[in-house]
Design a protein. Structure first.
Length: 315
């Protein structure tokens, strides 16, 4: 396997691990901007349901790549999990509402590769949520939902925002990428990954790109075991994973709650489903899974979702 084929294989694996959806779909939402402390622009959007009653806020954190969240079809489908909530989408560093990348893993703005990280995404969300706190339509309820890379963002955000509930979808969280990624790519690419991780650690501000992300991005996330952030909170958490996805990492997150004798985690493992909730016959079940997530959110917000460790089992 030559070098460029390794990179293509790796980009595909990272997209699978971090949840890339590549077919644009427009969303109806009010487009907003804010300024970061460094003077750059955060592009974000808010979509309100019909009616004027105070309502909760649902943050949807998308997966990997530079396709704008406002155009992402999986994000659009995710709105169904809390239909009475206002929906907040926050774009990544360097990404605008109108970008249309040919390839969401490579055809990205220079600023994206230079500055985009999971930590930066979390900082941006904290800033935008802070700006919304005085909104007269918000009743104070906050739910976080993140798929894949977005799940990492939710894990980082939970102790900072203390939401009423958090959902992590197809994201593992129980192992670092340094542990989980080499298992799902061919051995030559895995050996290259180990060397690139080392380079990223040594050059944590570099915009050099490998595997669809910059060294800055890799250095920020590659060694982080994200379940440890969730364990800093007592927030009800739903972790959803397919058996044919990075299930070893997801089970490690489940077990971390058990070891800590914590009762806030609900763990769902769907037999035969992959990263996108598609079974081995090619049938996609995301709609049904999202319907179950919606029921779980309703229960969590009413105080009904606390599971002692022995009850945290697969679906």
């Amino acid at each position: 396997m030559n070098h460029w084929k390794n990179i293509r294989v790796l980009c595909t694996a990272v997209a699978l691990l971090l949840g890339l959806a590549a077919t644009p779909a427009a969303a109806e939402a009010a487009r907003k901007i804010s300024k970061r402390p460094d003077g750059s622009t955060i592009y974000w959007s808010i979509e309100h349901p019909s009616g004027s009653e105070p309502r909760g806020l649902l943050l949807i954190a998308q997966g990997s790549g530079c396709l704008p969240a406002i155009q992402n079809p999986t994000v659009a489908q995710g709105r169904s999990i809390a239909p009475d909530f206002s929906i907040l989408l926050v774009e990544k560093y360097g990404v605008t509402h109108t970008d249309k990348p040919e390839s969401p893993m490579s055809d990205c703005p220079e600023e994206y590769f230079a500055r985009h990280t999971v930590s930066q995404r979390a900082d941006d969300v904290v800033q935008v949520v802070g700006e919304l706190k005085e909104a007269d339509w918000w009743n104070g309820q906050l739910v976080l939902f993140g798929g894949s890379e977005g799940g990492a963002v939710v894990a980082r955000l939970a102790p900072r925002l203390q939401p009423d509930a958090a959902v992590v979808f197809s994201s593992g969280l129980g192992e670092s990428l340094a542990e989980s990624l080499p298992r799902v790519i061919p051995p030559p690419a895995a050996r290259e990954a180990e060397a690139k991780f080392a380079e990223a650690r040594e050059n944590p501000e570099s915009s050099e790109v490998w595997g669809g992300n910059s060294y800055r991005w890799w250095a920020d996330i590659v060694d982080d075991v994200l379940v440890n952030h969730l364990l800093k909170t007592e927030v009800p958490v739903l972790l959803v994973n397919g058996e044919r996805d990075s299930v070893q990492s997801a089970r490690a997150a489940r077990d971390a709650y058990k070891i800590a004798n914590r009762c806030e985690l609900t763990y769902w493992e769907f037999p035969d489903y992959d990263h996108f909730m598609t079974d081995s016959d090619g049938n996609n079940h995301r709609k049904e899974v999202f319907a179950k997530i919606s029921e779980w959110i309703d229960s969590a917000l009413s105080g009904g979702e606390t599971n002692c460790p022995e009850t945290n089992t697969g679906v």
